[in-house]
Design a protein around this ligand. Structure first.
Ligand code: SF4
Ligand code: SF4
Length: 283
């Protein structure tokens, strides 16, 4: 793998899909949950349109790395049918809570070897790590790559965090700890963490971001966002990066999508995703 693209892929397409989820009850720290049964959340109904647009793009550009990282993509059967067909010639990359993941892969993915699943461990749903590990093993048994796990450092869970991480590492998952941001019992986090809690969380953050990774500004550096990766919204609108300082790159669904022809200076005060730092051209 060089830069942001896995070997063989020519463009990463980051799909921002409707944020639906099958977690019941929802995770107590979730800020985006909308139930599968909610009337106001349209699933990806126009399957054919999305399939045609992405398939067409992959024919023009070469194999895509299609990443679908929000909500629970495996809760949307229509979306998964699209991604399953695309996996025949492209790399598909999804986050998942692992609840129905294995069943959906069996139904929809003809080439599971072209699927990467990043697991999220949500402790309120699982009796223990062992029951979660069974789902991970099931998914891996089909040839799917599943080697990373995300956990939220939810304040009531912090005393058990290290124990869970130890067990997850034992089953071959690399842990990524996300800080909890929000209000709980009248306190605002992450500010309300004790020093001891914050030092534990910071240790995990430093493993991923480096000691000062979050705070180092990349503004002004040349970046390949919009060349190697594009961000596509639910209506097909394409942007070069997720920062709010992105270039508008047309629309995937109406055929006007373009990519940038040369790296551009980063305009954002901070770029908080370590994956995206690999787009920056070295000085
Ligand atoms: S699994 Fe993810 S999207 Fe679903 S409720 Fe939990 S945090 Fe929210
Ligand atoms: S460094 Fe990050 S925020 Fe800046 S242009 Fe690149 S992807 Fe966007």
């Amino acid at each position: 793998m060089s830069g942001i693209l896995p070997d063989g892929c020519r463009l990463k397409v980051h799909l921002q899909m409707p944020l639906i989820c099958n977690m019941d009850p929802p995770c107590p720290y979730c800020g985006i949950y909308r139930s599968l049964h909610s009337d106001d959340v349209p699933p990806v109904t126009d399957v054919r349109r999305w399939f045609v647009a992405l398939d067409d793009l992959s024919r023009k550009r070469g194999p895509l790395h299609v990443a679908c990282l929000h909500g629970e993509p495996f809760a949307d059967r229509d979306l998964m049918r699209v991604l399953g067909r695309l996996s025949e010639h492209n790399l598909i990359d999804c986050f998942s809570n692992m609840i129905r993941t294995a069943d959906v892969i069996r139904e929809s993915f003809g080439v599971p070897e072209n699927l990467w699943v990043t697991a999220s461990f949500h402790p309120h749903h699982w009796a223990d790590v062992a029951s979660f590990a069974e789902r991970v093993a099931d998914v891996r048994s089909m040839g799917v790559r599943c080697d990373r796990v995300f956990l939220v450092a939810f304040p009531p869970n912090i005393p058990r965090l290290q124990g869970w991480i130890g067990e997850l590492v034992e089953i071959g998952l690399t842990p990524y700890v996300m800080p909890f941001t929000g209000e709980l019992s009248g306190a605002r986090y992450p500010e309300a963490h004790t020093d001891e809690e914050w030092s534990l969380i910071s240790r995990y953050l430093a493993e991923r971001f480096g000691e000062d990774g979050f705070m180092t500004s990349r503004k002004g550096r040349l970046c390949r966002a919009g060349i190697d990766i594009v961000f596509v919204d639910t209506d097909g609108a394409v942007r070069s990066c997720p920062s709010g300082y992105a270039h508008d790159l047309g629309n995937l669904l109406d055929g006007t999508m373009r990519t940038l022809d040369a790296p551009r200076p980063c305009l954002a005060p901070h770029c908080q995703c370590p994956d995206l730092w690999r787009l920056i051209i070295s000085d």
